[in-house]
Design a protein around this ligand. Structure first.
Ligand code: ADP
Ligand code: UDP
Length: 235
């Protein structure tokens, strides 16, 4: 695999072309942002940890019949993935009230939800990732109804798998963000990453936050929390 031109530099990762037109190389950075880029910083070693945690989750999902873009890990910060036509949506799945839902629903943080909630954000830095519903998605032609049905079904299945895996590590999955894309046959595949950057992980007993909220809320112990999640999942 030969690393080619840089395609895109995002807030947390850099995407490169490779000598295979159907595959990309994703490089995981230590850069961290919050509040749509308003707060910026570095979380030392985050890229290495997120590369490992994402690969772990993608492999576990594959073993349970859920396909993703993951091809291989080829370096401490480098993952080879299938090149996808990305759907410009952030799919947010919630099991417990936290983050922006506290204000929106007027419920205290940590209130369990009786069934999961799925939300969609339009992936647009300029617009500040506004929340959309299916009607916006249809009107903007971001995805078809059939694709949205598949995405919801996959998201709920992924939620069930992740919750079960994490429960065994004494971690509650509060909420998380997924991204999906289409491969060259039009099949919808899970993409991007699954890591403490885009999931809320709480210790099941103490509710200690083991994710990017430690950075967002200046709680300290940020690097330690990322390392703790990697240890719990893989040691
Ligand atoms: P952001 O764009 O939110 O700042 P990142 O820094 O994580 O995000 O950059 C990674 C970019 O790569 C994102 O825009 C994401 O949608 C995109 N991406 C993730 N997986 C794939 C894939 N398999 N094919 C093409 N693009 C992808
Ligand atoms: N999330 C994300 N990227 C975003 C927005 C949210 O990864 O651009 C994740 C976030 O880590 C959390 C979940 O989606 O696990 C729900 O986030 P929420 O909408 O509550 O975001 P907040 O307003 O708290 O950042």
């Amino acid at each position: 695999m030969v690393k080619g031109n840089m395609l895109y530099e995002g807030k947390a990762k850099i995407v490169y072309e490779t000598d295979n037109p159907d595959e990309l190389l994703v490089y995981f950075k230590d850069d961290a942002t919050a509040g749509n880029g308003a707060k910026k910083g570095i979380i030392d070693g985050k890229g290495v940890i997120n590369n490992k945690i994402s690969a772990y989750f993608f492999k576990q999902l594959k073993a349970r019949g859920i396909k993703s873009h993951f091809v291989d890990t080829i370096g401490p910060r480098e993952m080879v993935v299938k090149r996808l036509d990305m759907i410009k949506l952030e799919i947010i799945v919630r099991n417990v009230v936290a983050g922006s839902l506290v204000k929106r629903l007027g419920l205290p943080e940590a209130t369990p939800l009786t069934s999961p909630i799925i939300e969609y954000d339009y992936k647009s830095d300029e617009l500040g990732d506004p929340m959309l519903n299916r009607w916006h998605i249809m009107a903007l032609k971001l995805a078809t109804i059939d694709e949205m049905n598949q995405i919801e079904h996959l998201s709920l299945s992924i939620n069930a798998v992740l919750r079960e895996l994490l429960k065994a590590k004494n971690v509650d999955l509060i909420d998380f963000k997924l991204e999906f894309g289409r491969d060259k046959d039009g099949t919808i595949l899970l993409a991007d990453e699954i890591s403490p950057d885009n999931c809320r992980f709480w210790d099941a007993d103490t509710h200690e936050k083991l994710d990017k909220d430690r950075f967002r809320q200046d709680l300290g112990g940020v690097e330690e929390a990322y390392q703790e999640m990697l240890n719990r999942l893989t040691l």
